[in-house]
Design a protein around this ligand. Structure first.
Ligand code: NAG
Ligand code: NAG
Ligand code: NAG
Length: 620
């Protein structure tokens, strides 16, 4: 049956849906969506990937396909007299050429994004790093989504009046269309401090103490509180919010939607409260459904905690949808020819035009093999981190003025500076933005003993009292590693192993109880409801723990003293480590190591200069 369906699909995808160069999805056994009386679709941390993944069949559907999908699901919801709400929890910008490569950034992205209806939307930290990105929210996204955009703890200096005002309304009260549930919604950002100075992020703790919040949660005409946030589902911020509401309303159902960690996760807070996190980069569309909420038409009877046995007990279900046409068509119960809607197709076209205008498909080089961020151990031949440490950085940093006059360098890079895997085959203009969208370059401190430099690296990668001190002053060092890893570690503490270091099983059992050894490798999520959350039954992929930082050696071997170079993002930690080692660095000492070259440019230069990566006639 799968093969048949796939047959038609292959013909159609390249004509009507997804991006023209997107690979066809691979058929796989699926778990259905558990529909309830109140249903949600959730995206988070899309980071500009509205064109989908053009080298990965599992995630190859685009934003236009998501629009078609929701149109079909809306129709079903209305037909069944249930509700469907759409949610996005931020970090829509930075991380894909569709956003980063235009001038100004996001020239095409905002118009594409807003074609989708979103009922509740909030800001992530990436919307706030640059003054003009938060102004884009204030000038474009907030007015478009109106009271659907919620900003419970972010203020902005209005570019017009200079006054500090809420970025968007603090909360929203809404009534669902079909069932008539009364929902109170908040939109939070975690306690972020790296924002540009034109915005102010109030801590969650402070916000909870504000009168408007305390008043809002005392509303007696509520069936559900929804908290959307760019906040990990296992976090002190959500725990604080949960407790603050529980202390006032002992029995109100609460549903959290979270993000920031880039992982799939589901946490049960109590009998009537859960939280879902829906991955990253348009790989995942999260599905959450609730059934058994008290009938909103019936007058609310106030009962106390002792009488709780008579209250209705709602049930919560989750599903993590792989964003490809095979999955989307299956859940929409649509054939390939009926799936793309007019609007969805128009948006796919809009993305195609933008990608074309930005020349994103221009081939820079041909990757001779796959390089992975955390799907292979470090060090290894297929680790992108090893490749940077042993080849890219030594080759490229050797071109610096310091190196050409014979001064060796050790260069420190945090592994979180790499965002994504690099796949065998075409390396396009787009790829650099996927692999490393950050705008950090290298700086250096001269005359550091090689041995001291090695100790700095050890400190950045180790644990202990020194590390705790560093964490107090500058934030937890694990933040130097990719966010997924931080998320998995938190999940692991509460649920069970995710990282390969603690994982040995590779055999997968399907819904049918049978062993599958012909499955496509992919996400197999272990959360508070078990390991059956993913819509696609995958062969579990192993993930390996990366060090926080690596160090590339540039120039002559076995030097006595070196330029200690480092990506400027890690500067505070490097200076602190040196201080612990008894090396004083006057504030004016660190200098720029190589013009303003950012990591992505170093990678591109390496590829252009390397014979193994040469395209033939502009193709691979
Ligand atoms: C912000 O301004 C800089 C400098 O003018 C520009 O390069 C960048 O594209 C702008 N970013 C956004 C999000 O508008
Ligand atoms: C936002 O709009 C104001 C005027 O209303 C303008 O001064 C400001 O430059 C705009 N910001 C961006 C990033 O376009
Ligand atoms: C923000 O920083 C800029 C310099 O980067 C400064 O000119 C401006 O006055 C600061 N604004 C506020 C509100 O502190």
């Amino acid at each position: 049956m799968f093969t048949l369906l796939f047959g038609c699909l292959a013909i159609v995808t390249s004509v009507w849906a997804a991006q023209p160069s997107a690979p066809d999805p691979i058929p796989a056994p699926l778990r259905d969506l558990p529909w309830g009386e109140l249903n949600f679709l959730h995206t988070t941390d899309t980071h500009g990937w509205l064109g989908g993944h053009l080298q990965e069949p599992s995630f190859s559907a685009d934003w236009g396909d998501y629009i078609s999908f929701t149109e079909h699901l809306d129709r079903k919801a209305n037909g069944d007299n249930v509700d469907l709400l759409l949610i996005d929890t931020g970090d829509r910008v930075e991380g894909n050429g569709l956003y980063d490569s235009s001038e100004p950034k996001g020239r095409y992205l905002f118009d594409i994004y807003k074609q989708q209806r979103i009922d509740l939307i909030c800001s992530g930290n990436h919307e706030l790093y640059k003054r003009n990105s938060s102004e884009n929210e204030f000038n474009k996204t907030v007015p478009h989504y109106k009271d659907g955009y919620i900003s419970s703890n972010i203020d902005i200096y209005s570019p017009e009046t200079g006054e500090l005002v809420p970025l968007a309304p603090r909360f929203r009260k809404l009534r669902t269309r079909n069932k008539g549930y009364n929902i109170l919604a908040f939109g939070f950002l975690f306690d972020f401090t790296g924002n540009a100075n034109n915005t102010a992020v109030n801590t969650v703790e402070d916000t909870i103490g504000q009168k408007w919040f305390q008043d809002a949660i005392r509303d007696d005409d509520l069936d559900l509180i929804v908290i959307i946030g760019h906040i990990p589902v296992r976090s002190k911020e959500y725990t604080l919010l949960f407790r603050a509401i529980r202390s006032v309303k002992w029995d109100i159902p609460i549903q959290f939607f979270g993000g920031h960690m880039h992982i799939r996760d589901f946490k049960v807070y109590d009998r009537v409260s859960t939280a879902i996190a829906s991955g990253r980069f348009m790989e995942t569309i999260g599905w959450l459904s609730i059934s058994g909420l008290p009938d909103p038409e019936k007058p609310k009877v106030k009962i106390n905690e002792k009488q709780r046995s008579i209250t209705a007990s709602p049930s919560f279900s989750r599903r993590y949808i792989d964003n490809n046409l095979f999955s989307l068509m299956h859940h929409a119960r649509m054939s390939a020819s009926d799936f793309p809607t007019k609007k969805g197709q128009a948006v796919s076209k809009q993305i195609e035009h933008a990608r074309h205008a930005l020349n994103l498909d221009k081939v820079v080089g041909c990757a001779p093999q796959d390089y992975y961020l955390s799907k292979r151990p470090y060090p290894s031949r297929e680790s992108i981190i090893t490749w940077l440490e042993e080849l890219v950085l030594p080759t490229e940093l050797q071109k610096s003025k310091r190196s050409t006059i014979g001064i060796p360098a050790f260069a420190i890079l945090n592994t979180g500076a790499i965002r994504f895997d690099l796949f065998k085959g075409v390396y396009t203009r787009d790829t650099t933005f996927l692999v490393s969208p950050f705008t950090s370059g290298f700086k250096y401190i001269p005359d550091i003993e090689a041995e001291t430099a090695r100790k700095v690296l050890q400190l950045l990668n180790s644990q202990g009292p020194i590390l705790e001190q560093m964490a107090k002053e500058h934030g937890d060092l694990t933040w130097l590693a990719p966010p997924e890893q931080v998320g998995w570690l938190a999940q692991e503490v509460e649920v069970g192993p995710k990282l390969a270091a603690a994982r040995s099983d590779q055999v997968v059992f399907g819904d049918d109880g049978h062993k599958h050894d012909d499955l496509v490798p992919g996400y197999t999520t272990n959360d508070d409801h078990g390991d059956d959350g993913d819509d696609t039954i995958h062969q579990a992929v192993k993930f390996y723990q990366m060090p926080n930082c690596i160090m590339a050696e540039v120039g002559p071997k076995d030097p006595k003293t070196v330029d200690l170079a480092y990506i400027d993002f890690v500067e505070p930690w490097v200076l602190l480590a040196l201080r612990f080692l008894g090396v004083k660095v006057p504030p004016e000492t660190p200098q720029v190591y190589m013009d303003d070259k950012i990591l992505g440019t170093h990678i591109e230069d390496f590829i252009r200069g390397n014979i193994d990566w040469k395209p033939k006639d502009g193709r691979c």
